[in-house]
Design a protein. Structure first.
Length: 106
């Protein structure tokens, strides 16, 4: 069984996707990214019950394709995460370099 399901609905402009084994971390970040797109009229997520490990994400559009917007949202979120990791790594290397220089002067 896959980790992404789709609730049966008509059309491609409004869809609800079910992410298995996901929660607020992915839901809130993905909701924010997708909500910024011009064709999106509403994007929200919910966790049905704390005992269930699934997150429902609904995308409603004005003339857009919910599948394509979900794909774009996941790709953009991955880019944001990559940038965050790179920025952190550079800052950590700079910090470590300063610590090494400080220790060598003592």
């Amino acid at each position: 069984m896959g980790r992404l399901l789709e609730l049966p609905e008509e059309g491609v402009e409004s869809k609800t996707f079910v992410f298995l084994d996901e929660g607020h971390t992915l839901g809130n970040a993905l909701r924010y990214v997708i909500s910024q797109y011009p064709k999106v009229t509403m994007c929200g997520y919910t966790l049905e019950h704390p005992a269930e490990s699934k997150m429902l994400l609904r995308i409603q559009t004005k003339g857009g394709n919910a599948y394509e917007l979900l794909k774009q949202g996941l790709e953009d979120l991955a880019k944001i995460c990559d940038h965050t990791i790179e920025t952190f790594d550079k800052a950590y290397e700079k910090y470590e370099s300063k610590q090494t220089n400080l220790e060598s002067t003592l």
